[in-house]
Design a binder for this molecule. Structure first.
Ligand SMILES: O=P(O)(O)OC[C@H]1O[C@H](OP(=O)(O)OP(=O)(O)O)[C@H](O)[C@@H]1O
Ligand SMILES: O=c1cc[nH]c(=O)[nH]1
Ligand SMILES: [Mg+2]
Length: 209
């Protein structure tokens, strides 16, 4: 069964409230999304493996710990997932970045795929999907399916706001994928938007509405 981790660190909750506020404009919204992604990144990568390495400090020989070098791919779901990429790359600068383009049909709420470009060795990488909004769960679930078809085996999903029902969909369809989120909101409205949510993340990031 998927592990769902609610990352409710005070700094993240504070920034999330600013993000939810409709008075927050695109510039601040972009900055906040990146900052939250970076803060969440600590928790998302907490189980990364370490190995002992021998080094010499200015004082003496010592044993330190370094990442075992498992390669990482950050995969944003376009467009809104792009907003979280820079924050994650600050933490893992050597990560490669794949892109999955999906938009939600406004009537059916079903995701439509329009782009996919992944690192060639995606099967060997630890994949972190970035997706600010998990509403019906359709986009996240389809993105995971697509990644699995391309051979990805170790996938985790990083969101800002999830709906309860969307989480259920993704955890049922992909019980092997762990999910990290800064909030779990109560419900969806009749247009499939998360309530209270933060509105349309893509439009708010890129100022398209
Ligand atoms: O869980 P779901 O019900 O599938 O909804 C979530 C998706 O909806 C939004 O994408 P949108 O279609 O608005 O595209 P955009 O990111 O390009 O704005 C959001 O960015 C998610 O990808
Ligand atoms: O609340 C929602 C639902 C889907 N997509 C968004 O950007 N926000
Ligand atoms: Mg959108």
């Amino acid at each position: 069964m998927s592990k769902v981790t609610l990352i409710d660190h005070p700094l993240i909750q504070h920034k999330l409230t600013l993000l939810r506020d409709k008075k927050t404009g695109a510039k601040d919204f972009r900055e906040l999304v990146n900052e939250i992604a970076m803060l969440m990144g600590y928790e998302v990568t907490r189980d990364f493996q370490l190995e002992n390495v021998e080094i010499e400090t200015p004082i003496c020989k010592a044993t330190g710990k370094m990442l075992t070098g498992k390669k990482v791919a950050i995969v944003p779901i376009l467009r809104a997932g792009l907003g979280m990429v820079d924050g994650m790359l600050k933490l893992i600068p050597a990560a490669k970045v794949g892109h999955i383009g999906l938009y939600r049909n406004e009537e059916t709420l079903k995701p439509v795929e329009y782009y996919c470009k992944l690192p060639q060795d995606i099967a060997e990488r630890e994949v972190i999907i970035t997706e600010p909004m998990l509403a019906t769960g359709g986009s996240s679930s389809d993105a995971i399916t697509l990644l699995k078809k391309r051979g990805a085996k170790n996938i985790r999903l990083m969101c800002l706001v999830c709906s309860k029902q969307g989480l259920e969909v993704v955890t049922n369809e992909h019980p092997d994928v762990d999910i990290y989120t800064a909030a779990i909101d109560e419900k969806l409205n009749e247009h499939g938007y998360i309530v209270p949510g933060l509105g349309d993340a893509g439009d708010r990031l890129f100022g398209t509405k």
